[in-house]
Design a binder for this molecule. Sequence first.
Ligand code: HEM
Length: 558
Amino acid sequence: MDKPFAAAWNGPGAAMLSGIAFHLSIRSIEFELIMFHFLSACTAAFAGTIYTVGLVRALLLVTSFNIGLFSSIGFYRLVFHRCRNFPGPLAAKLTRFYATRLAAKDLQYYKELAKLHEQYGDFVRTGPREICILDKSAVSLIYGPNSKTLKSTWYGQTGNDPKKCSIHMTRDFNGHRIRKRAWDKGFSVKALGTYEPRVKDKADLFMKQLHKNAGRPMDVSAWAMYFSFDVMGEVGFGKDFNNLISGEEHPAIKAVHDHMAMLGVLSTVPWLLNILGSIPGAAAGYSEFFSFCAGQMREKHANWDNELYPQDIVSWLLKAVKEGDISASPSATALEDDSRVVIIAGSETTATTLAGILFYLAKCPEKQEKLQRLLDEAMPGGYSEWSYEKARSVPYVDDFINEALRLRPALLTGGPRETPAEGIQIGDTYIPGKTNVLISTYQIQRDPRWWKQSLEFIPERFGERREEMGTADAPFMPFSLGHYGCPGKNLAQMSLRISLSAIVQNFDVSFAPGETGENFDNGALDTFTVTLPPLHLHFHPRKGVRGPRIPRENSIMA
Ligand code: HEM
């Protein structure tokens, strides 16, 4: 070897080859799991190299290593990767940061996904090992009760230790299945029976505020949030969060909302979110919310009487802990993480759906009149005759809710899942093993191939026109399905039935002057959960309807 070549070989050339060798050695492992350790080791190694050979040479070596590493990754992803034959943008095949860019563009990643499907078809490679699918038969294969898929790396964003994360972020199949039992007890028919009168109290308080502000524009995106956050305070923790009385967002949840956009964008690269969460101060907006939830849980733990029948969801989780049940959250950290899920999963989703329902009441007055007529028939004496059984006996209430959930699902994409090692076959398409797959709920529930008059609000497709509209065979998954489906579905439906029936019995709902609903309809942001633009509506008390009887302690007149 002549001297200059040897020097290059010993320095940058060797570093470049090390980069390639490193990539080949980690190819078969889930590298996200050790990304934090890797980056820490890199930083330490870089500092050590500067100390040994000086800054300039250290930079040269690091650059060479990275050129080797990233060329090898890029070449592999394009030419040899198991997903190489799926169509998609070149940049998406190379890096997840392409999805980050799309998510950050207008914070409407669901619309970007729709454009990708339009351009590339029903199977699009949206990341190096992610396929986004728009195919009816994929729904049960990916999300159904017999699906062999698991929660993907997306759920590693708060860490990968199943003993320290919430049920929602638990990727281990068995660990998740066992923990779910404690949650399911909190949503049993008997437990729901104890929640129902308290949800009704919150609905009454909501009606009182609507009466008080009758004829004035009310931003229902905000008020739906106050209602559902208060409901979750009550049935989640047995506590009054007082949003409906104050007419203001609770400071703890406001901090979360202020940072939702960042979370929505960064969750496209879960390991990055995980690392940011580990850096002190990087998740400052969340720390207030985290300590609020931890405080609620500690307070509950301290005051909770385990002799009594549990009156709220968190009590059911605590009961499992106190009894040392196998389904209990495995650590204090996991329990606190679970309390955050109660608030975010429980209130954001229900609020988004309720605001969507109110939007359709204003947009489709004839549907609103039909709902009022049917409820009036069930309760001729008006709202003073209201009971949950009577409201439930009007199937159109559920049809209305379902149609709103179809057109405006509260979670715009189904959670990403990982295919089993043997892969899955979807029609003619084979998806290789260890591939992340997901379906855009928003898009599949609006697809004209399966939904007739797909963009029109027709609640009857879930009722009397079910057969004619082919609803039974159409893909519908607002609560997801199977093992990882929403355990709070029945509670959410109860809150929505109670609030919707109460509102239309008491009020005629219309757009406030100057409000067209267009911004609300087109402007939903994909920010982890959905962030809604304001929607200003008018609530006109219906003639001859007596206002709700409000318990004194809840009276906003007090
Ligand atoms: C209209 C209201 C709601 C909708 C549309 C909804 C939808 C969903 C969806 C789609 C998932 C699956 C997420 C994923 O795959 O990552 C989910 C999970 C979950 N939901 Fe809901 N949800 C609603 C209300 C609620 C309520 C009221 C609660 C009560 C606390 C709740 C608790 C949960 C929990 C704990 C999970 C995680 C389940 C798991 O990972 O096993 N949800 N929800």
